[in-house]
Design a protein around this ligand. Structure first.
Ligand code: NAD
Length: 427
């Protein structure tokens, strides 16, 4: 069923259900829910790009600013063939709540281009990225909407985009985008920020979750940037990494493995399969890995990894959502009934946007912090906000996801109220 106003379907509607659930626990003005029901603005354009062979190709591109009540909007730009307006709106919605959970002075946004970036040459990719900025220059801005990398975009793409924007406005404008190369005003500590944030949240909850590092076995799905850094930090503190996977396969060894050695192997051969471990390693299908025996399961690949098809087979006691939306809404209930605690994406992976915020602050101040300062400030946000969510969970007897949405909704709703009633009188 398509929504009559936004023309959206299941994905977006499912995201909004989580908002309705949280609203049941708060006394919220109905106006607030009405405001958050639809994105503030969404722009869809067609980018015409000259290819290396002289031909021109068109690409669909999107940007959604979901809500800017708490500040300029913030969110990544994704390059993927499956990017569509529904996905962009859903991820912008998620960003709105993620920024509020971390208490950053931001609203939420997201953007994307429907493209298989692997099929483009480097110069085609640069022209496409610059075309995106030209098309959305009036929509983004250091005080309006600040993009960042997402799937298949990286610091190189952010560097091109910052350069294009600066050329258009006639002055250096590093604060328009985050995730830039260090040479162009990027921040130290951005690379491992998302994995580190998840690690800090889990470690902070150890006694509540009855976890003892030396006795806790961890499986990570999607051994890329985020999972690797989280695994490295947990392993360094005594956790046993027993399984990892990527798009090409999975390995499981109950005797454990060293994530640094696994990453060296992946970098040399392109997959975790065949990597050295401490005992008898079993190779398996990446979906099979999710169902193996462990204490902590960390999905860090794609949306919808755990659905009603496999949720009942999960044996982990705790799930840390480092990916966005890896647990489908219909799986939440099954996991909850099994007593599995899910540390939700809007809390578990907010370390990334938090250090992006630090980058923006440093760009605006023109003063750059050392790594120690970044780590200290990240911890000073993740630890109290994790405690905040846990306290709401305990007090209201809800799961952690609902608790995180309650915290975020409460903050957004207070900000909406603080803006006053100008619009009411004007109309
Ligand atoms: P990445 O590209 O470095 O790693 C992703 C990994 O997932 C790759 O190793 C890939 O092979 C693997 N993968 C893909 N399909 C898989 C499958 N079906 N089964 C198992 N593995 C599979 O990406 P990343 O930066 O580590 O991001 C991972 C996830 O975290 C994404 O969902 C992203 O949206 C989310 N996230 C990232 C950040 C960030 O700062 N990078 C912030 C918030 C959320």
């Amino acid at each position: 069923m398509l929504d009559e106003v936004t023309n959206t379907s299941k994905l977006f509607d499912q995201a909004r259900e989580r908002l309705s659930l949280a609203a049941e626990y708060l006394t919220i003005d109905p106006d607030v829910l009405q405001k958050l029901r639809y994105p503030k603005e969404t722009l869809s354009v067609c980018l015409l790009v000259r290819m290396d062979d002289g031909s021109r190709r068109s690409f669909k591109a999107f940007r959604c600013r979901y809500d800017d009540t708490r500040g300029p909007t913030k969110g990544g730009i994704r390059y993927h063939p499956a990017v569509n307006i529904d996905e962009v709106m859903t991820l912008a919605f998620l960003m709105t709540f993620k920024c509020a959970v971390a208490n950053l002075p931001y609203g939420g946004a997201k953007g994307g281009i429907s493209v298989d970036a692997n099929q483009l040459s480097r110069s085609e990719l640069e022209r496409l990225s610059r075309a995106y900025v030209k098309a959305f220059a009036h929509f983004i801005g250091p005080e309006r909407d600040i993009p960042a990398p997402d799937m298949y975009t990286n610091s190189m793409v952010m560097g091109w985009m910052a350069d294009e924007y600066s050329a258009m406005v006639g002055q250096p404008s590093p604060a328009v985008i985050t995730g830039k190369p260090l040479e162009l005003g990027g921040s130290l500590g951005r690379e491992d920020a998302t994995g580190r944030g998840g690690y800090l949240a889990l470690r902070h909850l150890e006694s509540d979750l009855h976890l003892v590092p030396e006795k806790s076995r961890v499986i990570l799905q999607g051994f890329g940037n985020v999972a690797y850094h989280c695994a490295r930090l947990l392993h360094g503190d005594g956790y046993k990494i027993v399984g990892v996977s990527d798009s090409r396969g999975a390995i499981y060894d109950p005797d454990g493995m060293d994530p640094i050695a696994i990453m060296e192997h992946k970098r040399s051969v392109g997959t975790v399969s065949g990597a050295p471990t401490n005992g008898t390693c079993k190779e398996m299908d990446n979906s099979e890995l999710l169902e193996q025996d462990c204490d902590v399961l960390i999905p860090a690949a794609l949306e919808g990894a755990i659905t009603n098809q496999n949720a009942h087979k999960i044996v982990a006691k705790i799930i840390v959502e480092l990916a966005n939306g890896p647990v489908a809404p219909e799986a939440d209930e099954i996991l909850d009934k099994k007593g599995i605690i899910v540390i939700p994406d809007i809390l578990a992976n907010c370390g990334g946007v938090t250090v992006s915020y630090f980058e923006w602050v440093q760009n605006k101040a023109g003063f750059y912090w050392d790594l120690e300062e970044i780590h200290r400030r990240l911890e000073s946000i993740i630890v109290p906000e994790t405690r905040h969510v846990w306290s709401i969970k305990t007090e209201k007897q809800v799961d952690m996801r609902t608790a995180a949405y309650i915290l975020a909704l409460d903050r957004i709703s207070s900000a909406i109220a603080a803006h006053g009633t100008k619009d009411y009188f004007a109309s």
